[in-house]
Write a protein that binds this ligand. Structure first.
Ligand SMILES: *[C@@H]1O[C@H](CO)[C@@H](O)[C@H](O)[C@H]1NC(C)=O
Ligand SMILES: *[C@@H]1O[C@H](CO)[C@@H](O)[C@H](O)[C@H]1NC(C)=O
Ligand SMILES: *[C@@H]1O[C@H](CO)[C@@H](O)[C@H](O)[C@H]1NC(C)=O
Ligand SMILES: *[C@@H]1O[C@H](CO)[C@@H](O)[C@H](O)[C@H]1NC(C)=O
Ligand SMILES: *[C@@H]1O[C@H](CO)[C@@H](O)[C@H](O)[C@H]1NC(C)=O
Ligand SMILES: *[C@@H]1O[C@H](CO)[C@@H](O)[C@H](O)[C@H]1NC(C)=O
Length: 265
C-alpha cells in the first residue's frame, strides 16, 4: 500500500514536471499565457484565466486590436510595459498633465491626470520616480486622492531654454521634486500664473508628470512641445506578493506560490 502511494506520488511528480516543461518560462504557471505582446507576464501576475494569477489583484487584462497589437493593462488606464520579479516592480505608461494657451492668453487645452492603484498591494515607487514640471509659466501639484499629502513646484523663465538629456532640471524651464513613500493614488494638476502671455512664442504649453528617473530624458520635453497622444511617462509601481511568514505560506498548499525546489524567506 505504502509502495503504491510512492509510485503514485512519483508519477504525479513526473506529470507535473512534464506539464511544467510545456511552458518555456519557469516564471509562468503551467498552461498559462507567457506574454502579452512584448511584455512577459510572470507569476504572481497572470492573464487569460483567473487561475494564472495569484489572486485578483495580479490578474491583468490583455487586449488585442484588429491589427494584432496587444496591450497589457494595469488598471483601466495604465498600459503595463515591464514586470520585474527581481525588483518587485511594474512599469506603466501614464499620460502627463498639461495646459496650453493661445497667443492672447486664453487657455486652449487642459488635462489633469488622476490615477489610483486601488486596494491591492501596489504603491508608486518613491525611490524610482520623480515629479517633474516643464514650462516657463507653470505651477504643478501632485496630491493623493484624500489630499493627505501634497507637493508642488514652480517653473518660471523669460527666455527659450534648451531641454537636453543632461539638463538636471536645476536651471530654468523645469522643476522637480520627490514623492513620498507609499502613495496609492496621484492627482497631478497644473496651472499657470499669467497664462503664458509673455512666453507663448516659445512655450505654449506646460507639462507635469511623474517618471522613472532612469528613463527620464528632458530632451523629450522641449519647451515648444504641444500635446499629441504620446505624452506618456514611465512610472514605476512597486508590488509585494505576500506579507506573511514562510510557515504560514507553506502551510497552505493551495495558495503557496513557490515550487518544490525553492526556498522560502
Ligand atoms: C523589461 O526590463 C528588462 C530588464 O531591464 C529587459 O531585459 C526586458 O527586455 C524588458 N522587457 C520589455 C518588454 O521591455
Ligand atoms: C531593476 O532595478 C535596477 C536598479 O534600480 C534597474 O537598473 C533596472 O532597470 C530595474 N529593472 C526594471 C525592469 O525595472
Ligand atoms: C484633483 O485635484 C483638483 C485640484 O485640487 C480637484 O479639483 C480634483 O477634484 C481632484 N481630482 C480627484 C479625482 O481627486
Ligand atoms: C550637455 O549636453 C550638450 C549637448 O546635448 C553638450 O553640448 C554639453 O556639453 C553637455 N553638458 C554637460 C555638463 O555635460
Ligand atoms: C527654442 O529652442 C529650441 C531648442 O533649442 C528650438 O528647437 C526652438 O526652435 C526654439 N524656439 C523658438 C521660438 O525660438
Ligand atoms: C489557502 O489559500 C486559499 C487560496 O488563497 C484560500 O482560499 C484559503 O482560505 C487558504 N486557507 C487557509 C487555511 O488559510
Amino acid at each position: 500500500m505504502i509502495l503504491q502511494r510512492w509510485v503514485f506520488l512519483l508519477m504525479m511528480l513526473l506529470l507535473v514536471a512534464a506539464v511544467t516543461g510545456a511552458t518555456a518560462n519557469p516564471d509562468v504557471k503551467p498552461g498559462c499565457q507567457e506574454r502579452c505582446g512584448d511584455v512577459i507576464v510572470p507569476f504572481p501576475f497572470g492573464i487569460g484565466e483567473q487561475r494564472c494569477a495569484m489572486n485578483e489583484n495580479f490578474f491583468l487584462d490583455c487586449t488585442s486590436t484588429d491589427d494584432g497589437h496587444h496591450e497589457l493593462w494595469f488598471g483601466e488606464n495604465m498600459p503595463a510595459r515591464n514586470i520585474s520579479l527581481l525588483n518587485g516592480t511594474v512599469t506603466v505608461g501614464i499620460f502627463a498633465s498639461f495646459d496650453c494657451y493661445d497667443k492672447s492668453g486664453r487657455r486652449s487645452r487642459i488635462f489633469n491626470q488622476f490615477i489610483s492603484l486601488g486596494s491591492g498591494p501596489f504603491t508608486i515607487s518613491d525611490s524610482r520616480n520623480v515629479f517633474t514640471a516643464v514650462g516657463c509659466d507653470t505651477t504643478a501639484m501632485v496630491t493623493d486622492e484624500e489630499v493627505t499629502f501634497g507637493s508642488a513646484c514652480l517653473s518660471l523663465c523669460t527666455r527659450n531654454v534648451t531641454m537636453s538629456k543632461n539638463n538636471s532640471c536645476s536651471g530654468s524651464g523645469c522643476c522637480q521634486t520627490s514623492i513620498p513613500k507609499g502613495l496609492k493614488s496621484m492627482n497631478i494638476t497644473i496651472q499657470s500664473i499669467s497664462n503664458h502671455v509673455d512666453v507663448s512664442e516659445f512655450n505654449p504649453c506646460g507639462f507635469a508628470f511623474v517618471e522613472d528617473i532612469d528613463s527620464l530624458d528632458l530632451s523629450d520635453w522641449p519647451l515648444s512641445r504641444t500635446p499629441t497622444d504620446l505624452e506618456t511617462s514611465n512610472v514605476v509601481i512597486e508590488w509585494v506578493a505576500q506579507t506573511e511568514t514562510c510557515e504560514n505560506a507553506q502551510g497552505n498548499k493551495s495558495s503557496y506560490a513557490c515550487g518544490i525546489n525553492t526556498n522560502c524567506y
